[in-house]
Design a protein around this ligand. Structure first.
Ligand SMILES: [Zn+2]
Length: 233
C-alpha cells in the first residue's frame, strides 16, 4: 500500500502488546490504517477472527505523539518493580554465583527476594498466564506473558492462587500465589525472572514500560473523535 518501513515497524511495535505476530495472524485478518501519507497515522485498527484492537493518535502536552485505546490508555501496561513485599534481596542478577545447593558457580539471571513463607506474590503487570505448574528446580511456578515481548516468572511458590489456570488473564497487583520453598531452594523466597524477547533481563535495572493515559482534560475530546472515526467506518 506504499506505507513506509518506519510506519510498519511502529504499527508492529504498538500492536505487539495485543497481538502475537508469530501466532495470532490469520489469512483474512485486516488492518485499517487511517492518515495522510508522510505523516503518522491517526488511527490503527486490527480486525481478526478472535479480536479487534483499535488505537488512536494523541499528542500530549509535551508534544509527544502516542497511540491510545478508546479508554484513553496505551496498550502497554505498567510493571511493578518488585512483585511482593519482601524482607531483603538475597541474590541479585549476576553472571557468576556460587550455588548453595549445587556447590558450583553458575549464572543467576533473576532476583531472589527473601520473604516470609506465605507472603502474597503479585502479577508484575497485566498479562496472561502461560504456565501454572510444578517445574523441576523452579518448583511451583507461574509464568505470565505481557504482550508478545515480555514474560515474567515467579518460582518456589508454596501454593497458587485459587481459580488461576493457564490462559487466565491477570491484572497488575493481582495475587497469583504465595512465597514458599518448592523446587531447588534452601528457604522461603521468591525467584523472579524478567524476560524480554526471550532473554532474561535484570528486573532491578531494566527500563520497564509505564502505561500512559490521555490527560483527563483531553479525554472527552479524544473519545468523541475516536467514536466518530469508528462510526464512519
Ligand atoms: Zn533465584
Amino acid at each position: 500500500m506504499g506505507i513506509n518501513q518506519k510506519t510498519i515497524n511502529n504499527i508492529v511495535r504498538i500492536f505487539s502488546w495485543s497481538i502475537d505476530f508469530n501466532r495470532d495472524l490469520k489469512r483474512g485478518d485486516r488492518f485499517i490504517i487511517i492518515g495522510k501519507r508522510r505523516t503518522a497515522p491517526s488511527t490503527l485498527i486490527y480486525i481478526g477472527k478472535k479480536k479487534r484492537v483499535a488505537v488512536f493518535s494523541h499528542t500530549d502536552k509535551y508534544g509527544r505523539l502516542g497511540y491510545y485505546g478508546i479508554n484513553g490508555k496505551t496498550l502497554y501496561p505498567s510493571f511493578l518493580r518488585a512483585p511482593l513485599k519482601y524482607k531483603y534481596i538475597s541474590s541479585k542478577f549476576q553472571l557468576k554465583r556460587f550455588h548453595p545447593i549445587l556447590k558450583t558457580w553458575r549464572p543467576h539471571r533473576a532476583v531472589d527476594y527473601a520473604a516470609k513463607y506465605g507472603t502474597p506474590v503479585y502479577a508484575a503487570a497485566d498479562g496472561i498466564i502461560k504456565h501454572r505448574k510444578r517445574m523441576g528446580a523452579l518448583g511451583k511456578s507461574v509464568h505470565i506473558t505481557h504482550g508478545s515481548n515480555y514474560l515474567t516468572v515467579y518460582a518456589h511458590l508454596s501454593r497458587f492462587s485459587r481459580g488461576l489456570r493457564a490462559s487466565s488473564r491477570v491484572k497488575r497487583g493481582q495475587v497469583i500465589g504465595y512465597v514458599g520453598s518448592t523446587g531447588r531452594s534452601t528457604g522461603p523466597h521468591l525467584h523472579y525472572e524478567l524476560h524480554y524477547k526471550g532473554k532474561r533481563k535484570n528486573p532491578l535495572t531494566w527500563r520497564l514500560p509505564k502505561q500512559k493515559r490521555v490527560a483527563k482534560s483531553d479525554l472527552k475530546r479524544f473519545q468523541k473523535r475516536a467514536r466518530s472515526i469508528l462510526r464512519s467506518l
